[in-house]
Design a protein around this ligand. Structure first.
Ligand code: AMP
Ligand code: GLY
Length: 438
């Protein structure tokens, strides 16, 4: 693991930060950034019910795509660094506009965000760069799609091209189900995101998420994490944003991570540069570890949620400066990022009805006292005028714990979760089953 540094520190002062977004990812980013060297205040726009539970962390009631509001707030509060959390503002060019206003921003511009915002664009880039990924066809009409299906004569994965809040992918089990998914997508199921589809060969293997911090030239890889996308125990039920995670995922050891660095991330960054894109933010590679090596399932232009909540407690106090150095294009000048050598376990609690129609407005009762090795990160919560915490979204919160092994970390996370109550609380009991003995 990285050692702390003795390098001189040429980076500008970094006392006041703004995190853009309202989810659990942004709650954990704000918490981690507040613990960093020299950081005094972290603002979150718009934040959630848990933002101000972290001392030094404040909500700013500005929508994540309200560029004018964000710029004014940053200038007024002398913000040194903006970290944009979610994909929607990144794809909308919020990072470009903030940079044009002279701010330091961690997060790619709209062009770079196409890595996530257009699956067809991202597939073309992977082909050009020689990045291992499933065989694929980009199609614009139902007839075109059905003729591909006719030729390949096997079930395919059907993906809406654009952002579809994690719901744009159907992994079909049969040729009929593939045809139906194609029909539904062109019938408008995903709105404009489904006007173009990517059809993909179906791959098999465990999935793992790798995050690289990027300054446009250089990459710094974080420990791999494993997400749990299905709603129910045993990987059953519908796909969700993610119901829990753990890190570091032993699926990829140091040698495996290096393969991902060399075969996936480096060539991707090179291809971005060749397109004239100065990518300063996270490259998130969603990988499937197939018998013939890692293959990219998708790229995202941001941290994963809840992988971010899982990883943040492992980050050293250099994190803010490392993100600042990415924003300034000088990662080589940043202090070395210390990464705690512990196991981190994260369990998400969702509202009943999630993901289709989550129930809102239930009151949270929280007895859990966070400490150095257990955290509570809010996501879909809001604080009522009377000061009560209420549910206000699908994934409500996450409890994250660290220990010397995964058994202890998950035992602590589940014990922590047992001290949190709201009507309809829904969570998986088997998060981390891949790495737990008990
Ligand atoms: P995505 O939104 O692209 O991450 O896809 C959602 C989920 O669909 C992934 O986490 C995988 O479990 C699954 N998936 C996507 N592409 C493929 C593929 N080519 N083969 C098998 N499963 C896939
Ligand atoms: N946890 C998966 C994602 O953030 O896309």
């Amino acid at each position: 693991m990285a050692m702390s540094t003795t390098r001189p520190n040429p980076l500008p002062p970094l006392q006041r930060l703004l995190v853009v977004g309202s989810g659990g990812r942004e709650n954990s980013l704000a918490w981690a950034l507040l613990r960093c060297n020299g950081v005094e205040e972290v603002w979150v726009s718009p934040g959630n019910g848990g933002t101000e539970e972290h001392q030094g962390c404040r909500c700013l009631a500005i929508a994540e795509t309200d560029v004018e509001g964000l710029i004014n707030a940053c200038l007024m509060r002398q913000i040194n660094l903006v970290v944009v959390g979610p994909e929607a503002p990144l794809a909308a060019g919020v990072a470009d506009d903030l940079r044009d206003a002279g701010l330091s921003v961690f997060g790619p511009g709209a062009q770079g965000a196409q890595l996530e915002a257009s699956k067809a664009w991202s597939k073309t880039l992977m082909d050009e760069a020689g990045v291992p990924t499933a065989r694929h066809w980009t199609v614009h009409t139902e007839t075109e799609a059905l003729s591909v299906l006719d030729q390949v004569r096997q079930p395919l994965v059907v993906k809406a091209d654009g952002l579809a809040a994690g719901k744009g992918v159907t992994v079909a089990d049969s040729i009929d189900a593939t045809a139906q998914a194609i029909h539904d997508a062109f019938g408008g199921r995903f709105g404009a995101a489904g006007c173009q589809l990517v059809l993909e060969e179906r791959l098999e293997g465990p999935e793992v998420s790798v995050f690289a911090l990027c300054d446009g030239e250089r990459l710094l890889l974080l420990p791999p994490a494993q997400d749990h996308k299905r709603l129910k125990d045993g990987d059953k039920g519908p796909n969700t944003g993610g119901m829990g995670a753990y890190a570091p995922a032993p699926l990829l050891d140091a040698a495996g991570l290096d393969v991902v660095h060399q075969q996936v991330l480096k060539p991707t960054l090179e291809a971005l540069k060749q397109r004239g894109i100065d990518y300063r933010g996270v490259i998130y590679a969603g990988l499937m570890l197939t018998p013939s090596g890692p293959q990219v399932i998708e790229f995202n232009c941001r941290f994963g949620d809840p992988e971010c909540q899982t990883l943040m407690p492992l980050m050293g106090p250099e994190l803010a400066q490392v993100l600042q150095a990415c924003a300034l294009g000088c990662l080589d000048q940043a202090p070395e990022l210390f990464i705690v050598d512990r196991c981190s376990a994260c369990v998400v609690a969702a509202a009943s009805g999630y993901p289709e129609a989550p129930r809102k407005g239930d009151r949270l009762e929280i007895q859990l006292q966070p400490d150095a090795s257990i955290q509570l990160f809010h996501a879909g919560t809001r604080r009522s005028e009377e000061g009560h915490q209420l549910t206000s979204g699908g994934r409500v919160l996450a409890v994250v714990a660290q220990a010397d092994d995964f058994d202890q970390a998950f035992t602590a996370a589940y014990q922590g979760l047992s001290q949190v109550h709201f009507d309809g609380i829904t969570y998986r009991h088997d998060i981390g089953h891949q790495v737990r003995q008990s």
